[in-house]
Design a protein around this ligand. Structure first.
Ligand code: CAA
Length: 400
């Protein structure tokens, strides 16, 4: 088993880390006070070739792997989870199209957004007020009218929505069929697409989420991605991939918490020695370091599986919930180790803690990840022979 990166991967990883060091980490605190989309930094990330990595070469993209995307998300997440989210959100917006659209559709709708001088954005529109964890409960409707579809509904918490030129929208074409009646559409920004309430959040203030309102938005029938009824599976397959991206941002946050806390523990003297010499602190640092390292391996493995064409629902759920929990725990531990300095806004730790919280919530709460992983484990168990044959409640454990 080879854990080393290829030369190309190593270069991308180094480039993303250098970009973060120069453009993200030194500015993240000042920028978050503005509580707006970090346009300038995202423009630089686009120019540095750190966006839209998964778009196939036939549609103007670099056609890189999901594993490569995780290097950029971890590196940028180390500097600021909000800025990383703003940079990586095209991955989420366009992944359903890479999964379900034809190359012709990608060339028409996505290529012009990724090949200009300025970055253009897509936004992934699944969530609604009544359809969060229960993603199949989408009420937005798309009705066929001749050669067009007419889209009506309200999406919420949509990342990069105010910046987006193209919305990837999950809407019901046959509501009575529930998840099997959902379809996926590309809806270009128009007068019939409006931005509603913009959220004011506790953390990740360098990323923007808002409502998007579709009022009789007419789109050509070739804006349907895949077939009618494919929408839910396209959404789930997308999230299997992109949750590895969130896990990568979380790994970056978890690692940053280790590094800031360790730096402090080496500098801060109490009782005539650096506080890192006390086992109470060094044991905390050891646990934090192990969490960040484990999060990284789970993340890269989940991404690698997707790159091999393997179903990774369970493994991307593991990566997402483990890495997000690691980020939150490490951020809280960093605040604790840094004491008063940890709680004060001009030092790095309290922002890590506020930013980390969202990682446990968006792209499927960590409870939903455990639903996904738990149900996969139970399914696998039906085919599992542990070698120890015993009856429970008078029944044989099912053995294939
Ligand atoms: N791949 C392929 N097919 C899948 C699948 C997957 N990963 N997951 C489910 N399916 C299929 C099932 O096999 C089933 O198909 P059949 O009926 O043919 O057997 C069908 O889809 C329905 O599956 P379920 O019965 O499991 O569906 P459910 O309604 O119980 O929901 C769920 C499952 C996992 C809870 C899902 O609703 C879910 O993931 N919810 C969370 C939603 C979410 O993550 N939202 C995040 C929004 S994006 C965001 O936050 C981003 C941001 O802004 C940064």
């Amino acid at each position: 088993m080879d854990f080393s990166l290829s030369e190309k991967e190593q270069k991308l990883w180094e480039r993303a880390k250098a970009f973060t060091h120069e453009h993200i980490t030194p500015r993240a605190h000042e920028l978050e006070k503005r509580n707006e989309f970090p346009k300038e930094v995202v423009q630089k990330a686009f120019e540095a070739g750190l966006m839209n990595l998964h778009i196939p070469t036939e549609a103007g993209g670099p056609g890189l792997s999901l594993l490569s995307e995780t290097f950029v998300s971890e590196a940028t997440g180390y500097g600021c989870a909000g800025i990383a989210t703003s940079i990586m959100c095209n991955n989420l917006a366009f992944a359903p199209l890479v999964i379900g659209a034809t190359i012709e559709q990608l060339k028409t709708y996505v290529e012009p957004l990724i090949t200009g001088k300025e970055p253009k954005f897509g936004a992934f529109c699944l969530t609604e007020r009544g359809a969060g964890s229960d993603a199949g409960a989408v009420a937005t409707r798309a009705e066929r009218d001749g050669d067009e579809y007419v889209v009506n509904g309200v999406k919420c918490y949509i990342t990069n929505a105010p910046q987006a030129s193209l919305y990837t929208v999950f809407a019901s074409t046959q509501p009575e069929l529930k998840t099997k009646g959902l379809s996926c559409f590309m809806v270009p920004k128009s007068k019939a697409t409006k931005i509603g309430h913009i959220e004011n959040k506790m953390g990740q203030k360098n990323s923007v989420q808002s409502e998007v309102i579709f009022e009789d938005a007419r789109i050509p029938k070739d804006c349907l991605v895949g077939k009618e009824g494919d929408g839910f599976k396209i959404a789930m397959t997308t999230l299997d991939k992109t949750r590895a991206g969130i896990a990568a941002i979380a790994t970056g946050v978890a690692q940053r918490a280790v590094d800031e806390a360790a730096k402090f523990a080496n500098i801060r003297h109490q009782f005539d020695q650096p506080i890192g010499r006390f086992q109470g602190i060094s044991f905390m640092l050891a646990d934090m370091g192990a969490r960040a390292a484990a999060a990284r391996q789970l993340t890269r493995y989940a991404a690698w599986m997707a790159d091999q064409g393997m179903r990774n629902s369970k493994d991307s759920a593991y990566a997402k919930f483990f890495a997000a929990d690691a980020a939150m725990q490490n951020a809280m531990d960093a605040v604790q180790i840094m004491g008063g300095y940890g709680y004060i806004t001009e030092y790095p730790a309290e922002k890590l803690m506020r930013d980390a919280k969202l990682l446990q919530i968006y792209e499927g709460t960590n409870q939903i990840q455990r639903v996904v992983a738990g149900s996969a484990i139970l399914k696998e168990s039906a085919n599992l022979d542990t070698g120890f044959h015993v009856k429970y409640d008078g029944r044989d454990a099912p053995v294939m």
